[in-house]
Design a protein around this ligand. Structure first.
Ligand code: MN
Ligand code: MN
Length: 316
């Protein structure tokens, strides 16, 4: 079995060639894949600054420097996994609810092929149809959710589906097992205590940003691994969980957030769990002139691939 490899920098300059995720081959669907990168260019669920529709393209462009071997963990995902970029979900940019159905159908197909989806968002609305599709195969999921916001609003402007509501819907629809959900990085201002207490009342663990300040999150992740053990786990990473000093290119920025290093500790700390997919959402390139936010997003998606159970250390 030969596995797809990212196009190397000695074969084609890293600034050249088609901008696929990590310069991997493209294919039309997830047939034969262990994992796929997929874009969801949707931002019509956004409440403030839009632009996440351009996220998948910019994340792909900024992924061109990522090399296959993880120098930290020794993991080399492309030695043991078949991975490709399967392009973007053809959403209907004029209709959010139709788009949500289109996304669910698209992920039903990925799940049918047995591939783990690693998604380039897109605003956070997209996690709802993704969880709907995954739940059909796996049952209620554990979720590691990194975000400045709980995303458990009952509605936004009267709408039940928007980027600030997906985790309330996920609980109501039994897509997640609340005892196996952790939300990390929540902070800033809200309307009332209820914004963070509602998830706690459901049994979810909420780790506010202040509990993360000035420390390594590796001990927290040890607890999270104990909390998540024994079942499938999905990673949903809203880039606004990180501080705007690191990730300014997003729609609803909040100060006092996590560092890049803490973001890496969270994702790397998922090693050993039954990771079945993940997303990196809310990168908004129009607010990201340096490209650093998309660069962060691309690397965090690579790190998610590296904690998939089929990714193994090369020198084990
Ligand atoms: Mn979010
Ligand atoms: Mn957020």
């Amino acid at each position: 079995m030969s596995y797809n490899q990212p196009l190397g920098g000695n074969e084609m300059p890293r600034f050249a060639g088609p901008a696929t995720m990590m310069r991997l081959p493209v294919q039309d669907d997830a047939a034969g894949l262990d994992a796929c990168f997929v874009g969801v260019p949707l931002d019509i669920g956004t409440s403030n600054r839009a632009g996440a529709r351009f996220g998948p393209r910019q994340i792909r462009a900024e992924s061109s420097m990522i090399r296959p071997y993880n120098m930290s963990s020794g993991i080399s995902p492309f030695d043991t996994m078949q991975v490709a970029d399967i392009g973007d979900v053809p959403i209907n940019t004029f209709n959010l609810l139709k788009s949500v159905d289109i996304i669910e159908d698209f992920y039903d197909d990925i799940v049918r092929h047995g591939a783990a989806p690693f998604t380039m968002g897109g605003d956070h609305t997209i996690v709802l149809p993704i969880l709907r599709a995954l739940k059909k195969k796996y049952g209620p999921l554990g979720v590691v959710h990194v975000d400045a916001h709980a995303d458990v609003n009952d509605h936004m402007f009267g709408e039940k589906v928007a980027h600030g509501t997906p985790f309330r819907r996920a609980v109501e629809e039994n897509l997640v097992d609340p005892a196996r959900v952790v939300q990390i990085g929540l902070r800033a201002t809200g309307y009332s205590d209820d914004d963070f207490n509602w998830p706690r009342e459901q049994g979810m663990r909420v780790v506010q940003a202040e509990q993360c300040w000035h420390k390594s999150l590796s001990p927290l992740m040890e607890e999270v691994r104990a909390q998540m053990a024994g079942g499938p786990v999905y990673i949903s990473f809203d880039i606004d969980g990180l501080d705007p000093a690191y990730a300014p290119g997003t729609g609803t920025v909040e100060i006092g957030g996590l560092t890049t290093i803490q973001g890496l500790e969270i994702v790397r700390g998922c090693r050993g769990l039954e990771i079945i997919g993940g997303d990196l959402v809310e990168v908004s390139p129009p607010y990201d002139p340096s490209g650093n936010t998309a660069l962060l997003g691309a690397n965090l998606l690579y790190e998610m691939l590296c904690v998939h159970p089929k990714a193994t250390p090369r020198n084990l």
